[in-house]
Design a protein around this ligand. Structure first.
Ligand code: 5GP
Ligand code: MN
Length: 339
């Protein structure tokens, strides 16, 4: 972020402000962690702050400090609209374009508040007065740490803020193993632990909170796993019927796509999940090395994200979506086999 942007934001935050923080729809650990970490930091400056998520978030994130106070747009739209229309500042976190907030798109577009974007996705839109975008960053949580640091306020990071930011760095880096994890990431994490984040406890909260049914669902997903060796690709499907059979709850399929990438020699892993309520197939894509799933998703699946992690959607049936995927794959064989 530019020096003059930091001075501008400092001046803005010098007096008490009404602030709304918004992460993307279907918020993950990074979206929730960064929003709540920033919220609790801003509360220390005596501002009035609300976090509004477009919709609900998985229960494995519901223990995070401050998560009780989150407002959900899909069930509380009137109060949320009023807060956004009245806000002096809207921070948008962990997304690059308003449409990533689903039904919140128009109220955000029309809002007269000063927008501040903090995000690490590719191709950020240009709606914010202050844009802090860095695709090399491991997570938006790491960026919120740097943001607080640039404001000269790391001394204000307490155990709760440290816990929130630790969550998103841990989840977005696959527990510090993805290529986006830098030495700086580890320095930030070390500082967060010094400020009170209990790394082992946080890990248990996120990863050791499976239900029996969610593990059985994982078993089904793994038995549905298919490999296309000539494209160094593995994919998984889960139909709505299968989700129902294992009493699917939000978050139960989080991280399942990564099992495909754990196969020796596999560069591209994809999961296709049927969502009858939304009438779409949700697609998560993960890759290794320079193969860009962001580009693949933008070109074929109405989505995007990062080089090695992207999301998308399809309005075809589950079967047709997989057929489409299999039909486009050969055109990527060269890139996949160059890795
Ligand atoms: P997931 O597969 O977990 O839904 O998404 C993987 C990554 O891609 C996350 O960082 C997520 O925010 C991002 N992502 C998912 N869907 C989209 C999309 O439609 N557009 C963009 N730009 N990013 C997306
Ligand atoms: Mn993120």
């Amino acid at each position: 972020m530019k020096k003059q942007d930091i001075s501008g934001i400092k001046a803005l935050l010098a007096t008490k402000k009404k602030i709304v923080i918004v992460p993307h729809k279907n918020p993950d650990g990074d979206a929730i962690g960064s929003s709540l970490g920033l919220c609790q930091f801003l509360l220390k400056g005596n501002h009035k702050v609300h976090v509004i998520t477009p919709n609900d978030f998985p229960s494995f994130l519901k223990w995070i400090p401050g998560s009780d106070a989150i407002l959900k747009y899909d069930s509380q739209s009137r109060i949320c609209d009023a807060l956004i229309n009245d806000a002096d500042i809207v921070f948008t976190l962990d997304f690059n374009a308003f449409h990533r907030t689903g039904d919140m798109e128009s109220v955000l577009e029309e809002s007269k508040a000063t927008k501040i974007m903090i995000d690490h996705h590719q191709s950020p839109d240009d709606y914010a007065l202050y844009t802090y975008s860095d695709v090399s960053m491991s997570s938006t949580c790491e960026m919120v740490y740097h943001f607080i640091d640039m404001l000269g306020d790391t001394n204000l990071i307490d155990k709760d803020i440290a816990t929130c930011l630790y969550v998103g760095i841990m989840t977005d880096t696959g527990s510090f193993r993805f290529a986006s994890t830098s030495s700086t990431t580890h320095h930030v994490v070390a500082n967060l632990i010094e400020r009170g984040a209990n790394n082992s406890e946080i890990h248990n909260h996120i990863f050791d909170s499976n239900s029996y049914e969610s593990l059985q669902l994982l078993g089904r997903a793994l038995s549905n796993l298919k490999v296309i060796p000539e494209s160094r690709t593995a994919y998984i499907t889960l139909s709505q019927e299968e989700l129902n059979q294992f009493n699917y709850k939000k978050g139960d399929t989080e991280g399942v796509v990564n099992y495909g990438l754990s196969l020796d020699g596999i560069i591209l892993a994809v999961i296709f999940i049927e969502d009858k309520q939304e009438g779409i197939i949700k697609i998560s894509l993960r890759s290794k090395g320079n193969f860009s799933v962001n580009e693949m998703s933008r070109a074929h699946f109405n989505g995007g994200g990062h080089i090695n992690a992207a999301g998308g959607r399809s309005h075809l049936s589950l079967h047709e979506t997989v057929e489409k995927f299999i039909s486009i794959l050969p055109s990527y064989n060269k890139a996949l086999n160059n890795e």
